[in-house]
Write a protein that binds this ligand. Structure first.
Ligand SMILES: [Zn+2]
Length: 383
């Protein structure tokens, strides 16, 4: 197993870093945004189309793949990369987030977590060891530990007990890991409590994982609180390991988190919004269904060079969306992912050239209106 994280440049005015992650399936630049391939597909696009919009790595959801078609089936078919025809890096989550969002259907114990499938109601029991094994069989390049995702808000006492369990589970995942396995990242929890975030980070860092995620954010807490948690947590993470903010987010959230030193992101927002007709543009967010676009010949975003913007008008895209045509999802997803990938490339360039602060100011002055109505619920629950 080859895994290496190299920091190529640090920004002078913020905590952001330009880096490169190497895996057995190639390398990718950081800060990176990983589109979500919930069920072994980034909805509506082929792998070739993902490459064309600039995607270098994707995320797969262990929970969904475990239930259907089953990790053993995928393993017998040559592993996830071969099964889905994606030769570049894949990060898999542990399934914890999906399992815990089942709510009443979930029961937690020291040993692991029992839950009922959202597909057929069947009962399943997953342990840290099992989750590590599933990700090994899938053949992911970056695997995540099983953690307890506490809802927001949760009491201090509850979170204090929970982070201890998450630490014990992380240790069991690490013990189960084999030398030939993919990289394994731990997940810092601790809700919105500073001392618990610090305690969780310190306990996990002692175990020496290859990377560290910050979990339990973007679950309904105010944005300022998310930034507070990042400011408290990041100083306790090692400089030379990648830092991954799970389930975030809007371009603004991503840029803010990069300024604080985050390297990796994933979120369903660009793909899910695309299917709902919500498009990201250089001047803010646009709802393509609005009547004002009925005869608008312009592309979604004039400066955008994506396939969709090069060939299709707002009027046609509005028509496709209202007619509920499959092509609507495809063309909108191409644009939104291109927008996100281009955004990340600009950030990487700005760090390299030492003008991230200028980029930050320019982006914030141009993107009024990009605010999302509901900042929570952008995780990959059901894709
Ligand atoms: Zn475009």
């Amino acid at each position: 197993m080859a895994f290496r994280f190299e920091i190529l440049k640090k920004d002078h005015f913020s905590k952001s870093r330009l880096g490169r992650i190497e895996t057995d399936h190639g390398s990718f630049s950081t800060p990176a945004f990983l589109p979500v391939g919930t069920q072994g597909t980034v909805k509506s696009l082929t792998p070739e189309e993902l490459v064309e919009v600039g995607v270098e790595a994707i995320l797969g959801n262990t929970y969904h793949l475990y239930l259907r078609p089953g990790h053993e089936t995928i393993g017998r078919l040559g592993g996830l990369h071969s099964f889905i025809h994606w030769e570049r890096p894949i990060l898999t989550d542990s399934g914890g987030y999906q399992i815990f969002s089942l709510g009443e259907l979930t029961k937690i114990s020291e040993e692991g977590v029992t839950f009922r499938s959202h597909l057929d109601g069947s009962t399943h029991f997953l342990t840290p060891e099992k989750v590590t094994e599933i990700q090994r069989i899938l053949g992911s390049d970056i695997a995540m530990v099983l953690d307890e995702c506490v809802p927001y808000p949760s009491s201090y006492e509850y979170v204090k007990t929970s982070i201890k369990l998450t630490t014990r589970w992380a240790k069991r995942c690490l013990q189960e890991r084999k030398e030939t396995d993919s990289a394994l990242f731990a997940i810092v929890q601790g809700g919105v409590y500073r001392d618990l975030r610090e305690e969780s980070a310190q306990a996990l860092v002692e175990m020496n994982f290859q990377g560290y995620a910050i979990g339990g954010l973007s679950v309904g807490e105010p944005k300022s609180m998310m930034l507070d948690v990042l400011e408290w947590t990041i100083p306790h993470l090692p400089e030379n390991a990648p830092r991954y903010l799970m389930g975030v987010g809007t371009p603004e959230d991503i840029l803010d988190a990069i300024m604080l030193g985050i390297d990796l992101f994933d979120c369903v927002l660009p793909t899910r919004n695309a299917r709902n007709g919500m498009l990201f543009t250089s001047s803010g967010k646009m709802s393509i269904k609005q009547a004002q676009y009925a005869e608008d010949r312009r592309p979604i975003d004039e400066p955008c060079l994506c396939y969709t913007c090069r060939h299709y008008s707002r009027a046609y895209l509005r028509h496709l969306h209202l007619a509920n045509e499959i092509l609507s999802s495809r063309l909108n997803t191409i644009h939104n992912l291109f927008y996100y990938m281009n955004f990340m490339k600009h950030i990487q360039g700005a760090i390299r050239e030492n003008h991230l602060l200028d980029f930050y100011k320019a982006h914030h002055s141009h993107s009024n209106g990009l605010e999302i109505e509901n900042p929570a619920q952008h995780h990959t629950t059901w894709g």
